[in-house]
Ligand binder design. Structure first.
Ligand code: NAD
Length: 270
């Protein structure tokens, strides 16, 4: 495609086979980027590649984004096929399926916390560290994924909520440290119609992220698709459109954070 907002860019996307990640990959390609996509699950990654209109512009690397060797291999694949990376996007995530603190077995708590933080925070940092020389050389952009749970309680259990709050710390600290060469921002979705992986240490199976009644609880009464959020990633990934933006989170939570305890004045009760 010519004339896209990411024309000529080389992007590295982690969590690329997921509901949100695959939508971001498609949109980056449609906007003219070449993409190196990585995910823990090789099957869905292959399915994504097979379904694309621009297959020559995509390279896939299966693996664990929190593993240093995988992260280095992903960057090396970008160099072999395309060149230096200018955009790094993380859509990796694991959910704790809203497990209450009182229901967390004490003897599994430490391992569950480590799993959740290794994936939701560790993978972001490890891959960013591996691609940092490229981002520095290209005046690159990191676009990470927060959550409603990065801003408020009730979007997950304490393991997930604490990991997503930590993600905000990553955005702020690294936007501070890496300026002026690299911009660091994030998108915080509220809820998406995806099936999220649970914590293996707690024996959790993948489950729908959308619970019954969720749509009615959202002020905008709208659960967006990944495609509807992908443009926000493009905006933050664009060299031109957000040149003065770093350390920022675009909140795409269908208004959930605006609601507070009550409904709108004179409006319906919750
Ligand atoms: N689904 C929602 O309602 C929702 C809401 C707010 C935020 N989010 C966030 O959006 C992001 C994407 O979630 P999603 O809804 O697309 O879920 P998803 O489960 O479809 O996608 C997550 C992807 O990350 C991959 N992954 C997990 N661990 C990995 C690792 N160690 N290395 C490489 N890949 C790994 C999974 O294989 C999966 O493809 C996550 O950060 C999630 O926390 C989701």
């Amino acid at each position: 495609m010519s004339g896209g907002r990411l024309q000529g860019e080389i992007a590295l996307v982690t969590g690329a086979a997921g509901g949100l990640g695959s939508a971001v990959v498609r949109r980056y390609l449609a906007e003219g980027a070449r993409v190196v996509a990585t995910d823990l699950r090789p099957g869905p990654l292959d399915e994504l590649a097979a379904s694309l209109d621009f297959p020559a512009e995509l390279v896939t690397v299966p693996g664990d984004a929190s593993d240093w060797e995988t992260a280095k291999e992903t960057v090396a694949a970008a160099h072999r096929h395309f060149g230096q990376v200018g955009v790094y996007t993380s859509c990796v995530g694991v959910y704790d399926h809203n497990v209450r603190f009182t229901d967390l077995p004490g003897d599994q708590l430490g391992d569950a916390l480590l799993e959740c933080w290794r994936i939701n925070v560790g993978s972001v940092l490890v891959t960013l560290r591996a691609v940092l020389d490229d981002l520095t050389a290209t005046r690159g952009r990191a676009v990470l994924t927060g959550s409603y749970a990065a801003h408020a309680p009730g979007g997950g259990g304490v393991l997930y909520t604490s990991s997503k709050h930590a993600l905000l710390g990553v955005v702020k600290q690294l936007a501070h440290e890496l300026a002026p060469q690299v911009r660091v921002n994030a998108v915080s979705p509220g809820v998406l119609p995806t099936v999220m992986t649970g914590l293996g240490t707690l024996g959790q199976e993948p489950r729908d992220a959308v619970l019954p009644g969720t749509e009615q609880a959202l002020p905008l009464r709208r659960i967006p698709t990944g495609d509807e959020l992908a443009g926000l990633y493009v905006t933050l990934a664009s060299a031109a459109d957000t040149a003065a933006v770093t350390g920022t989170v675009l909140i795409a939570d269908s208004g959930l954070l605006t609601r507070g305890f009550g409904g709108p004045p004179g409006g319906e009760e919750l």
